[in-house]
Structure formats: structure tokens, C-alpha cells
Design a protein around this ligand. Sequence first.
Ligand SMILES: Cc1cc2nc3c(=O)[nH]c(=O)nc-3n(C[C@H](O)[C@H](O)[C@H](O)COP(=O)(O)OP(=O)(O)OC[C@H]3O[C@@H](n4cnc5c(N)ncnc54)[C@H](O)[C@@H]3O)c2cc1C
Length: 482
Amino acid sequence: MVEGVGHAVDLLVIGAGPAGARAALRAHACGLKVLLVDENHDAGGQVYRPLPAGFSRSAGAPRSTEARAGDHLRAALRNAGVDCRFGHKVWNIGADLRTDLIGPDGSVSWQPRALLVATGTTERVVPFEGWTLPGVMGLAAATILLKSQNMLPGRRTLVAGSGPLLLAVADGILKAGGAVAAVVDLASRAEWLRALPALAGRPDLLWRGLQWQAKLRLAGVPVLYRHGVHAAEATNDGLRVQVHAVDATGRPLADGARRTIEANCLAVGHGLVPATDVTRLLRARHRYAAERGGWIAETDEDGRTSVAGVYLAGDGAGIAGAAAAGAHGELAALACAADLGRIGKAAHANERAGLLRSWTRPARFGHAMAGLMALREGAVAGIAGSTIVCRCEDVTRAEIDAAAREGARDLNQLKAWTRCGMGPCQGRSCGDVAGALLAPHAGSREAVGCFTGRAPLRPVSLAEVAGDYTYADIPIPKAAPL
Ligand SMILES: Cc1cc2nc3c(=O)[nH]c(=O)nc-3n(C[C@H](O)[C@H](O)[C@H](O)COP(=O)(O)OP(=O)(O)OC[C@H]3O[C@@H](n4cnc5c(N)ncnc54)[C@H](O)[C@@H]3O)c2cc1C
């Protein structure tokens, strides 16, 4: 410990996905004393998710490209000897960058000279009647079940929403022996075709997407473009889901096709929202960028934020995908090493140029994908008044509209008015959609702003924060002189 403040380290990296893990490796190679922290039990993040603790692959079992990339990343961290704290959640960060973690052995503080934030994204679901029913889950959540537990989300799953996870999840279900009732995509075929030039920059990923589509066709799975989920209701043995034809903004067409699809699981997701909880807590400057997923902290090309000593990398800086995240993390780590004086200007410029080249193509691919899964205004406008938007606090759209009519003009006022965003997820699930609902009243997403960042960043118990103590240890302040 340093002066009772925290263990000293040059750079603390939050998040061990591709961005954070590669950042830690690069910073370690530059001679920085690095600490890599993640709440998961090992490195890999969302995309290279490790198997749960205690699980192992059976000998000879096929490994996906992602599983191999994850194993490679974890081996690189072990071989390099990077100091990692897995199973530790960052719940608070002070203005001096003192970072408080809670792990299996309780609470511990670190005092880094610099902080690199690589905390990824949160899945967005545009609410509809029935989205909180058992059997309805996020598309990204379905990837977790498939990847880490080799478990089907349901016997017969309806896959709906927008973006590349639609095809990835449908393919994963078929591969695991499940049935896909249909794929319901807000985007049109023409939108996918328009994205092709950007996607061609990564022919390997484009080829994989085309293979997924071919497999769906072979399996006879209907794919409904320009359709969205209108409502889901529970039946005796599953779900009955109403699906409507929509316009380009995602708004249901009054005279468009409607159908009902029976399934026992609905996996639905409308893109990813960059995680900004840490940068908001540190009061960094943010800007709204719909095409990158929503609010993001302002950075330069190397990930420097508006707060001295705080760097940002990966999808948390704007959705660009897993393939771009690693090079982005390394760029930010390199900038940090240069700023802390560990590498010279010439070495920095030289290595930076190579990293920028390896970031550009996958980032172009990722940005095109992010465009396909950007929030569609019509889908938000179509949310029914009785539908719950904030599921932690059970706040409905009608309550949000009423608060706006009574004068709530920004997200923080809405929170005080209705408790929207005040629950355990701290607005990570509802904030983006609530902001979009308020925007027509306030004039723009910029006017609505985002929730002020507050500790705890993750739910923690008082017992975890306080740790073991006896009453005799509690210092009793002397009475103030009269
Ligand atoms: C649930 C989910 C599933 C996804 N599945 C896929 C997929 O199958 N295929 C695909 O191509 N893309 C997938 N994506 C998108 C993919 O995650 C990203 O493109 C890629 O992983 C970005 O890498 P990253 O390093 O920026 O962030 P991530 O890989 O998301 O890594 C961020 C890490 O930060 C950690 N973290 C965040 N906050 C804290 C905190 N307070 N304390 C400690 N640790 C913290 C998280 O545990 C996580 O490991 C998924 C996204 C989500 C949200």
C-alpha cells in the first residue's frame, strides 16, 4: 500500500476483452508496471469469452475461431507475466484515479498513474409488450449461453432485431442442434447490400456471414427483412410473438404484413451501446454519435480522453467490433507509454503508424456493422404506453411521457422524476432508449444528455465495501471544540 491510499502501478487497465488485454500486453512490453482487471474469471471479454471456471473442453472437441483466438490471448498474458486481477469488479474511481475493486478477498484499492478504460458495450433492446417475460432474452445474452455453456436458448427460438448478431446467433443455434423459428431483421436486404463495399475490407468475416446465410437457407429458416417484433405473450408451452412489417425507421407500417410466430424462446437485440459508466464517472467530455452506438467519450486518435491520464479503447470508444478492438487497445497503450516517458517520440511514431494501418480495415467493417444496428427512431416511437422501459424500476413509456409533459427535459431530471435508471443496472439497459423517448420533447439527444456517472459502477454490498472489522477499530472523532 502507498500511504494507505492504494497499491501503486503505472497503468491500470479496466476490461480484459481484446482491447484491454492487448493494451495490457503492449504497455507491459513498453516497460510499464501494468495491472489488468476484469470482473470475469479470465480474459477474453464478450467475444473471446472463456469457459466458466471449472469447465474444460472434451478432448478432440472442435474449437471455433473465436475460442482459438481467446486461448491465444490468455496464453499471451500468462507468458508475458502481466499482473491480472480476474473476478474483480471496479466499483469506484476517484478524481486522482484511485481505483477501488471488489474481488473474492474483499475490497482493495490501487493508485495508478494512468487509467485505460476498455469496458466494451451493453446490449440494447428496444422494449415491446412482453419483453420482460421468461423466455425472452437478449441476442448477445444468447451468445453467452451458446459460447460458454454450449446451451441452447430454447428448443425453438425466434431470432429478431438488427445487426450481425442475428446471423451469428441463428447459426450458433443450428450448430448446437436447435431449431430457429425465423430470423426477423429490421434492416432491408438493400441495406445489407449497401454495406457490402465496407464489409469487403474483411473478406474472411464477409465470407463467414455469407456461409451463415447459406446455412439458414439450407435449413429452411424464413428470414423476414424489414420486420420487427411488435409484442410477445406467454402460452402454455412458450411464446406467441407478433411480428410486423416496418419502414426504414423501424416504425410498424399501418397497412403492412403481420404474422404470428410460435416459439419457446425469443432472442432479440437492437445493437450495442458503448459502456460510458467509467468515463461519465470521471466527468470526461462526451458526444452523441448514433452511428457509433450512442454517447461516447471524446478522444483523439490514440484514445486520450479529455481527462488527463485517462485513455479509452475498444467498443467503449464507439462500436467498431472485436477485430478492431485489439489494435485500438495497443494504440492507447502506446500513447500512454509515450506520455509517461517510457518510449521515445521516434519509436512511438513508428509503432503507431503500423497499428493505425492494422486498425483501419477492421474498423471500417465494424463501423458498417454498427450502422446496421444503430437505434431506429421509428422503433422507439412505436413503443406502447403500457410497456416497461426501465425494467429495474418498472417505469413505463407512459410515465416517461408524463414526466416530459410536466417539464423533465434531460435524463437526470427524468431519473429524479420517475426513478428511470436508478436501479441496480444504473441505466445501462434503459438509458439509451429513455434518451430517445425524451429527445422529441427536449429537441435533440444532445439536449437530453446522459445519466451523470455515479459510484457504485457495479452493485456492491456494504459488507463487501466495509470488509471485516470490530467496533473497536472504528475511529471515533474527538468532539469539536465549542
Ligand atoms: C453480451 C455480448 C455478447 C457479444 N457477443 C459477440 C459475439 O458473439 N461475436 C462478436 O463478434 N461480437 C460480440 N459482441 C460484441 C463484442 O463484444 C465486441 O465487439 C468486442 O468484444 C469488443 O471488445 P472490447 O475489448 O472493446 O470489449 P469486451 O470484449 O466487451 O470487454 C470488456 C470487458 O470489460 C469488463 N468490464 C466492464 N466493466 C467492468 C468493471 N466495472 N469492472 C471490471 N471489469 C469490467 C467486462 O467484464 C469485459 O470482459 C458481444 C457484445 C456483448 C455485450
